[in-house]
Design a protein around this ligand. Structure first.
Ligand SMILES: [Fe+2]
Ligand SMILES: [Fe+2]
Length: 257
């Protein structure tokens, strides 16, 4: 089967990049399932009804999130209404939302794990992984994709190596800059430290450059504003899975107007 995973979509610019590229890639490569990280799709902060609908209309089948999951309160209605939005697995167990998204047709499970280093994450991802191992979770599904939403390269790599041979892919998100280290690990798990974002090409992680410069220069706190100018960047990976492991992959780092 073929899975397209699209990195953090930031605001209108990111959604436009998705509208442009996802349908083309889906058709050209006969993609079966499209997973999109939507945590910044609503003006940079969270997922709204409008941005959820736009991403689905662009071809997304499953939406993953991250630390910005609750930034837009409309997600509380969306998670009740739809079964294809995944919230981080290692939040407190009592918070709402689906911690796992299953596609029965492809025996596919999608998991969103959040890092602990430099992040306000209630449960260590390591504790969650140990619990999942004890429950026999990794034997239950043929194809498992992990959206690893974390800050540091080392934390992402250690989790990827820990899961090598247990899942189909560990795909880094959150830092918004694509890393040049995509590989298939020794036991067949695909790994990239960060798949990168979708958003304005001339921006700082999808946000207006002058606002971030001002913050660094003056130390005054400014609310970051998403950049909406063209051109747009589209970052994604296409995985070809066989027997639950990655056989081939293509990394996309594309620009459109
Ligand atoms: Fe993000
Ligand atoms: Fe994030």
């Amino acid at each position: 089967m073929k899975v397209l995973f699209v990195g953090d979509v930031v605001s209108t610019s990111g959604r436009k990049a998705c509208q442009f590229f996802i349908p083309k890639i889906k058709e050209n490569y006969k993609v079966d399932v499209v997973i999109v990280n939507g945590e910044n799709s609503a003006g940079g902060f969270g997922v709204s009804k409008k941005t959820y609908t736009e991403l689905i209309d662009s071809g997304a089948d499953i939406i993953t999130t991250g630390n910005h999951v609750w930034d837009n309160r409309e997600i509380l209605e969306l998670i009740n209404e739809y079964d294809n939005i995944v919230v981080p697995y290692n939040l407190f167990p009592w918070v709402p939302g689906r911690k796992l998204c299953i596609n029965e047709e492809y025996n596919l499970a999608v998991l969103n794990l959040q890092g602990k280093t430099f992040m306000d994450t209630p449960v260590s991802p390591l504790v969650s992984i140990k619990n999942l191992l004890n429950e026999g979770f990794f034997e239950r599904y043929e194809n498992i994709i992990v959206d690893l939403h974390a800050e540091t390269t080392a934390e992402k790599a250690f989790i990827a190596y820990l899961l090598d041979g247990k899942v189909s892919a560990v795909i880094g998100t959150h830092t918004h800059v694509q890393t040049n280290d995509a590989k298939i690990l020794p036991n067949g798990t695909f790994f990239i430290t960060d798949v990168g974002m979708c958003g304005s090409y001339y921006s700082i992680i999808g946000f207006k450059i002058n606002k971030i410069l001002e913050k660094f220069e003056t130390g005054l706190s400014n609310k970051f504003e998403p950049e909406r100018e063209k051109p747009y960047i589209f970052n994604a990976v296409l995985l070809e899975l066989e027997n639950g492991r990655t056989k081939n992959f293509i990394v996309f780092n594309e620009i459109c107007e």
